[in-house]
Design a protein. Sequence first.
Length: 76
Amino acid sequence: MTYSDYRKVFKQLKAKPVKMQKYIKHNAPKLRKYGRATKKCRRCGRPGGYIGKYGLGVCRTCFREIATSLSFKKYS
């Protein structure tokens, strides 16, 4: 199960608030303290390909989109 799949069942459980709270308690993703999933892109929220150098905090795809506005130059 990915980290957003547990929210898809909410449509069925809206009428049953007690069961919904129990479902959230047992199926919500746990808070990460270390590892790959702790740092996410500021723009798109993607956990993979994170660039934290120089305080950027974006993934590699977002970096390619905004690199010229940050005064990075492509040489090749």
